[in-house]
Write a protein that binds this ligand. Structure first.
Ligand code: MG
Length: 402
């Protein structure tokens, strides 16, 4: 059953924001990795409202579950390595301004059941109403918010992967009513050198209604900026957020899982990885690695040249401008899935842009192609900076494709 947001409320919220937009949110934030919407995009469509079944008593935990909160106390929780101080009464714990709390135990893949209620007394609007959150590894947030007749940006409402993806539906109950999240979280996997191998993935039922199905996450939750991954241990605490609103919780239980056998997400899934590392750091780290054992590779590249470089008669940008443009295109390459699109848009190479080479033939190529290409695994990218002998035509963003 669908209900609609009263138009008077929409008008009130719209008038509170000076710029023309469909909902609270932003028009100046970075584009998300899929290139469709900005972070907290004001124009991103709101998910359809689905009225869930009525609230019921606490869902009994299965036998193998760990009870993280059964109403009796906060022994499973800490706050900044001290005793957790949220108010406990009548079988529930309530956010009270003493800060976030996190589990003393650590979890990787898991199934989490958590029941929450936004304050019955409605105060504030948008992100200021009934805001809390469940953070796996203290960094991957499933948003908790009173999204009952409370418009906010789509990627910030209840059940959103905050700042990344809205839920499939808005299945919020009324303020004060108990709501359930049933979450299956598959932890991200990192390689031995800290590179991301598989992103975190999450399935969510909100009040029994599917809100996300095996949705990959683009990295740690961020506000007004792009999510990114930074390697961490295979297990970590789960955090509940104190966002200044007296949200209540009850009946929290978890089942530990090992989902290693589940298939990896297709490689086309765009993932932001270590986006904050500078291009110069990336170059230095790559060149410090040994070359791979493969004898034969194929690379694609984006050449960003400058006026005065050999054979570059049509390029008017300066060398400094070329470096600066390379940094911008490199940032795009990290979050885009379409490398050939970047080649078409930016490369000054008038040739095919894709080159096979072997260890025997590499000396016939621009030297930097081999120096960088033979340090990459298939699918990885690197940058060869301008160098009078190794890279005389300019900066090359290089991707190994075979
Ligand atoms: Mg939150």
């Amino acid at each position: 059953m669908k209900r609609t947001v009263p138009s008077a409320l929409v008008c009130l919220l719209a008038s509170a924001h000076a710029v023309a937009q469909n909902s609270p949110g932003y028009t100046d934030t970075p584009m998300l990795p899929d290139g469709k919407w900005r972070v907290h995009d004001a124009t991103r469509p709101q998910p359809p409202i689905v009225e869930p079944g009525p609230a019921s008593g606490p869902a009994p935990a299965p036998k193998d579950a760990i009870l993280l909160f059964d109403g009796s106390g906060l022994t499973e929780w800490r706050s900044n390595d001290k005793e957790a101080k949220w108010a406990v009464a009548d079988g529930c714990m309530t956010v009270n301004g003493t800060g976030d709390i996190r589990t003393t135990r650590e979890f990787g893949d898991c199934q989490l059941h958590i029941e929450w209620a936004s304050p019955a007394k409605v105060e504030g609007e948008s992100q200021g109403r009934g805001n809390s959150g469940v953070f796996f590894f203290e960094r991957y947030e499933v948003q908790i918010l009173d999204s009952f007749e409370n418009v906010t940006y789509a990627d910030g409402q209840a059940g959103s992967l905050y700042g990344q993806n809205p839920p499939l539906v808005n299945a919020c109950r009324k303020p004060g009513e108990w709501q359930t999240y049933d979450i299956v979280f598959r932890a991200p996997r990192f390689g031995p050198e800290g590179g991301l191998q598989q992103p975190a993935r999450l399935t969510l039922f909100h009040n029994g209604v599917l809100a996300h199905l095996d949705r990959p996450m683009w990295g740690a939750t961020a506000h007004r900026s792009l999510p990114a991954y930074k390697a961490h241990a295979p297990k970590g605490p789960i955090k509940l957020q104190d966002h200044g609103n007296p949200v209540r919780f009850r009946n929290v239980w978890i089942r530990e899982l090992d989902l290693s056998g589940t298939p990896a997400v297709p490689s086309a899934t765009p993932v932001a990885v270590e986006a904050k590392k500078t291009m110069d750091q990336t170059i230095a780290e790559l060149m410090a690695k040994p070359e791979v054992a493969d004898d034969s590779i194929t690379v694609q590249h984006v050449l960003i040249s400058f006026q005065g470089a050999p054979r570059m008669t049509n390029v008017t940008r300066s060398k400094d401008e070329a470096k600066e443009l390379t940094e911008r295109v490199w940032a795009k390459a990290l979050t885009a899935s379409d490398f050939k699109g970047l080649m078409a848009a930016y490369s000054n190479d008038t040739g095919p842009g894709e080159y096979p080479m072997t260890k025997a033939t590499r000396s016939q190529m621009v030297k930097a192609f081999g120096d960088v290409g033979f340090r990459l695994k298939v699918g990885e990218m690197g940058v060869a900076p301008w160098d009078a002998s190794a890279s005389p035509f300019g900066w090359h963003i290089i991707k190994r494709v075979k």
